[in-house]
Write a protein that binds this ligand. Structure first.
Ligand code: NAD
Length: 347
């Protein structure tokens, strides 16, 4: 099937398939838009069951990056890479080098970074083949490095803004936040919230990870399939996408959904469903822009860590603008945010 025959095709500028027999690399790089600048977005390493799922993920994630970068005020377009992880093939330096050559072949139209399953050490391997890479380890005070903690910080500020708006609470002490996925983003968020005295319920498909963090921070761990229906003040999806469906939205028992995962809404209709339930929803690509702000400024060579923090601190204001407009127009926050982003990228 051609990329444009997929339901998630959105006039992407290019969808590129790469194969390297020697290292076992199979990768897809989707470029949604370069209207604002080079298409920036991380590389996901994931064990897709079917390659069509990888194409769909690349299409959806790259469009999300166009919207995210535009809304974050970065002069960058949107793209995304996915590496189809094969249990029989190790994530070797050779495989990462082959991926680096794939990025280089696009001549700077796509700039890569970390995403799920890819570390900053992996990016160092990639950078041996291409300069179109960000998220590399940097000296203290400079912009750049692992985007995870910066994403977590932006999500933390966004969760606080949502709690202020929905619950009229200024402090997070005693506010109950249920976090789905406690990896780089969800784990970082949990630590920040714990410092504020929030009540935490944590879940991860890696149950030991959730249990260990809950023990460390004084929260509770629950099975992964129970987290979305926890009665809490905030549900924070920080694992994978498409978890907000007709069924899961109907079962939510929290007034706020605000988390770092990309593409949380399974379909645009789910934005309407969450709105109809009166739940305050933080559009994912707005609340989770902290990481791309960090690596975007690193790649562009614009500004230092202080500039990154300043721009991340603008995330709550952006969310508040969206929620205000949503209240005025009686449209879901997701639709309002999409419209703002589309205008910025000339669509
Ligand atoms: P990560 O791999 O460090 O952590 C993800 C965690 O989610 C893992 O612990 C994994 O075991 C868990 N998980 C997977 N499926 C789950 C499920 N069904 N239920 C519960 N837990 C599950 O990844 P990350 O960097 O923390 O990214 C998390 C999400 O945030 C992803 O959607 C990613 O695209 C998005 N995101 C990440 C960044 C970043 O800077 N890392 C930036 C923007 C968006």
């Amino acid at each position: 099937m051609a990329p444009w025959d997929y339901p998630d095709f959105d006039e992407h500028e290019g969808v590129h398939f790469f194969r390297d027999a020697a290292s076992g690399l199979s990768a897809i790089i989707a470029i949604h838009s370069t209207h604002l600048g080079p298409a920036a977005g991380g590389c996901r390493y994931w064990g897709y069951v079917k390659s069509a799922e990888a194409v769909t993920d690349a299409l959806r994630l790259s469009r999300g990056m166009s919207y995210k970068n535009a809304m974050a005020g970065l002069p960058m377009g949107g793209g995304k890479a996915v590496i189809l992880a094969d249990p029989a093939v190790p994530k070797s330096p050779e495989l990462l080098a082959a991926f680096g050559r794939s990025v280089e072949a696009l001549g700077g139209r796509y700039v890569t970074a970390e995403d799920v399953g890819i570390s900053d050490a992996d990016m160092v391997e990639v950078s041996k083949q291409t300069k179109h890479v960000s998220g590399l380890p940097v000296a203290g005070g400079a912009a750049g490095g692992d985007p995870g903690p910066f994403t977590a910080h932006g999500v933390y500020l966004g969760v606080k803004a949502a709690v202020r708006r929905a619950l009229k609470r200024e402090e997070m002490a005693g506010v109950h936040v249920a976090i789905q996925g406690v990896g780089s983003v969800g784990g970082g968020l949990a630590r920040l919230l714990a410092k504020d005295g929030a009540k935490l319920t944590l879940a991860d498909v890696n149950a030991d990870r959730a249990k260990a963090l809950a023990a460390e921070l004084g929260g509770e761990a629950v099975p992964a399939d129970a987290i979305l229906t926890i009665e809490a003040d905030v549900i924070s999806p920080c694992a994978l996408g498409a978890i907000l469906t007709a069924e899961s939205i109907a079962a939510l028992r929290a007034p706020v959904v605000a988390g770092g995962a990309n593409n949380q809404l399974a379909t645009p209709d789910d934005g309407w469903r969450i709105h109809a339930r009166g739940i305050t929803y933080a559009p994912d690509y707005v609340i989770n822009a902290g990481g791309i702000i960090n690596v975007g400024l690193e790649y562009l060579g614009q500004g230092d860590r202080a500039e990154v923090e300043k721009r991340i601190a603008e995330i709550p204001g952006r969310l508040e603008t969206i929620w205000r407009e949503s209240a005025t127009s009686s449209e879901p926050a997701s639709i309002v945010a999409d419209r703002m982003a589309q205008k910025l990228i000339g669509r």
